[in-house]
Design a protein around this ligand. Structure first.
Ligand SMILES: Cc1cc2nc3c(=O)[nH]c(=O)nc-3n(C[C@H](O)[C@H](O)[C@H](O)COP(=O)(O)OP(=O)(O)OC[C@H]3O[C@@H](n4cnc5c(N)ncnc54)[C@H](O)[C@@H]3O)c2cc1C
Length: 475
């Protein structure tokens, strides 16, 4: 396979998108070819960046006529290699980057909707919503660089799922260029529209294999008046599950985040902050970062959280806790949560998992998976953290100090298989929020349900019979 395009073909793309919409220089292409963790490196000599839906449709139409593969790319922050050009056949592939599709087309505060193009940075959307006294609740650590199109194509989760749902729950309408260049125009801002199949949902979570998302109409929510955030120390994950249950029933929809961190995860994040100060005065085994957001003011929201915590400190469920008393303190607590994954690099190579189980089974999962891994690789270090309120744990394993990274990483496949098997045995999933991409194709084959896989392939074949959209991903 060669990814090289002759001058004539490059000129044809350029006649659609103009010189600003083409990248052929190695230096420019390089950061777009590399998956951020270095697990995959793509190969292509052409990146095309349409600035309008019409341009995107013309580009994909040209690819369709020529049998050229199309790999959609947003902010390239995905963690499974979905936006990497992978050689699967003799056909060349382009990277179709959404960065120039970056207009907010409409913010309708009265309808609580925002219509934005795929290349809008997530943080920009959050900020625009806040300016209009509204909340766009999708939030994750990569929000400063990931894009709306990538968020939707990967059905991103993040830290507010327990209250507002995954990316797919936030979408009312979608505009997509289909693999033959036609445009599905379904940018409706309607909460009720029962007119047959809900086609937009096919493209959300499809990882760019069915079409190129160019814009979406998403739900907005009232901007909370008060926010209260606490870091809470607990004995073990079972105590965290018990507290979660109490928080949901006592605090209702004001509970927007409930994130679990092990002691080692917190220590790594503290070091990652360049800090030595523990937010609590002594170490504990487990922590939860809990956040309330309400229509009441800060003082009332803080009082609600304090009285909730006081009750469960006295009942012995909570061992210790600290509440953020300013936006700076709140940001520092959230930074600790967001830094864990990156900070894990400080202690060497890691084997990562993004599993989900029913919330009630999280303790059992962590116990079983930790016992298995420490038996198989003595000295390895378990860094478990994640979205407990969604049943989603990032169960990451760092190499033993006395083992080389190479020897440790050779066990990636075997470790994945066992840990994923434990999750599936408990009624869970081996792929909670990051998707399949290139990284988990074998696991989808192994653990996917037969009829589900057959249906997915039928849909792929119906929409993209030539297989030009994101070749080699998912299946
Ligand atoms: C530090 C960090 C924290 C993260 N935390 C979370 C988290 O909490 N929850 C979570 O769910 N994820 C998380 N992620 C991964 C997450 O999936 C991505 O950050 C984000 O949703 C992907 O957006 P992106 O624009 O970077 O997409 P990319 O990485 O560019 O692409 C992701 C996939 O979408 C496809 N795609 C991109 N744009 C389009 C488009 N316009 N049309 C069709 N297909 C397209 C690509 O082909 C690829 O398959 C995290 C990543 C990092 C680096």
């Amino acid at each position: 396979m060669t990814s090289d395009f002759d001058v004539g073909t490059v000129d044809e793309f350029q006649s659609i998108v103009g010189p600003a919409g083409i990248a052929v220089d190695e230096d420019v292409l390089e950061p777009h070819l590399l998956e951020r963790r270095g697990l995959f490196r793509g190969e292509t000599s052409l990146m095309v960046m349409p600035a309008t839906t019409g341009e995107a449709a013309a580009v994909i139409g040209l690819c369709h006529r020529r049998g050229i593969g199309v790999v959609p790319q947003g902010g390239n922050t995905g963690l499974v290699g979905g936006a990497v050009v992978q050689s699967t056949s003799a056909a060349p592939q382009i990277l179709l980057n959404a960065r120039r599709l970056n207009r907010i087309r409409e913010l309708d505060a009265g309808n609580y909707t925002i219509t934005a193009e795929a290349g809008c940075i997530l943080k920009t959307l959050q900020e625009r919503a806040t300016e209009a006294d509204r909340l766009f609740p999708l939030s994750l650590a990569a929000e400063g660089s990931c894009q709306l199109g990538g968020n939707l194509a990967s059905n991103a989760g993040g830290t507010n799922v327990l209250r507002f749902g995954n990316a797919r729950d936030l979408v009312l309408g979608l505009e997509v260029v289909l693999p033959d260049g036609r445009v599905l125009e379904a940018l409706r801002g309607l909460r009720k529209n029962n007119t047959g199949y809900d086609l937009k949902q096919l493209f959300i979570g499809a990882e760019g294999t069915l079409g190129f998302i160019t814009a979406a109409t998403c739900k907005l929510f009232p901007l909370p008046r008060g926010v209260a955030t606490a870091l809470i120390a607990l004995r073990d994950p079972e105590a965290a599950i018990a507290l979660y249950d109490l928080a949901r029933s006592r605090l209702g929809d004001e509970l927007v985040a409930f994130e679990l961190l092990s002691r080692l995860a917190l220590e790594l994040a503290i070091a990652g902050q360049g800090n030595t100060r523990d937010p609590l005065d002594e170490p504990y085994h487990w922590y939860v970062l809990l956040e309330l957001a309400s229509a009441h003011d800060h003082e009332a929201t803080h009082t609600a959280l304090e009285s909730f915590m006081q009750q469960y400190i006295e009942a012995g469920v909570i061992q210790n806790a600290v509440i953020a008393h300013s936006e700076t303190q709140r940001n520092r607590l959230w930074q600790l949560r967001h830094l864990v994954s990156e900070a894990q690099q400080q202690i060497g190579a890691s084997i990562k998992h993004d599993i989900s189980v029913p919330v009630s089974k999280i303790g059992v999962f962590i116990e079983r998976a930790s016992a298995w891994i420490t038996g198989r690789i003595p000295g390895c270090r378990v860094v478990a953290f994640g979205h407990l309120g969604d049943g989603n744990i990032h169960f990451n394993i760092s190499q033993p100090q006395d083992m080389s990274a190479e020897v440790f990483l050779e066990q990636w496949g075997a470790v994945n298989r066992e840990v994923h098997g434990i999750a599936v045995d408990l009624g869970g999933s081996f792929s909670a929020e990051h998707g399949i991409g290139l990284l988990k194709i074998d696991e989808l084959k192994r653990l996917g349900q037969h009829v589900e896989l057959e249906l997915m392939k039928t849909i792929k074949l119906a929409l993209d019979p030539e297989g030009i959209m994101n070749p080699g991903k998912l299946f």
